[in-house]
Design a protein around this ligand. Structure first.
Ligand code: FES
Ligand code: FES
Length: 194
């Protein structure tokens, strides 16, 4: 259990009220005492040391703080930590491992989808959510899914390519029977004329 207060307060005040929460972060239940005003982004970064979640604006604009909340992409600078009590949060640290990258991470490497990298964790989490829901997105769908994430460096072109590359990679990795089943579902029966 960790007691967490604002980073700018060196010594926690004794009279600050806290609430105990349990949040499953990257698959691990974490029980913490948090101030009710603490943002989820700050809990992740300063409380749990998951600094892959970036904060660029703190005003819901840039998307650098995007994480998955019960599988949906949310901006963690806009949610209170106490609101995540009893829920699952996935950060970029939970996306892959050092020996096995997530296809989205591979895609960003393969297609040079980053420059300074500040926006990249948020971009990746938003991309992961898109591919979980839609394994075969169009370029337009990728651009729409990433429209809440700002990048100051790349011009977006390679980021979009990275997501499309990851989508293709995941479809190629599908076991043949699953791919076959999908193809069969796509076969719309043709009505025979009498
Ligand atoms: S830091 Fe959350 S949207 Fe910019
Ligand atoms: S790579 Fe620098 S902000 Fe996107």
């Amino acid at each position: 259990m960790t007691s967490l207060f604002e980073e700018i307060t060196p010594a926690p005040a004794t009279d600050v009220p806290v609430r105990r929460v349990t949040i499953t972060v990257n698959g691990q239940p974490r029980t913490l005492d948090v101030e009710p005003r603490l943002l989820l982004a700050h809990l992740l970064r300063q409380g749990l040391g998951l600094t892959g979640t970036h904060t660029g604006c703190d005003t819901t604009n840039c998307g650098a703080c995007t994480v998955l909340y019960d599988g949906a992409p949310i901006k963690s600078c806009t949610m209170l930590a106490v609101q995540a009590d009893g829920h699952e949060v996935q950060t970029v640290e939970g996306l892959g491992t050092a020996s096995e990258l997530d296809p989205v991470q591979e895609g960003f490497t393969h297609e040079h989808g980053l420059q300074c990298g500040f926006c990249t964790p948020g971009m990746m989490m938003a991309s992961r959510a898109l591919l979980n829901a839609n394994p075969d997105p169009t370029e337009e769908e990728v651009r729409f899914a990433l429209s809440g994430n700002l990048c100051r460096c790349t011009g977006y072109q390679n980021i979009v390519k990275a997501v499309l590359w990851a989508a293709q990679r995941e479809r190629d990795a599908q076991p043949p029977e699953e791919a076959g089943a999908e193809a069969a579902t796509d076969d719309v029966p043709v009505e025979q004329e009498a």
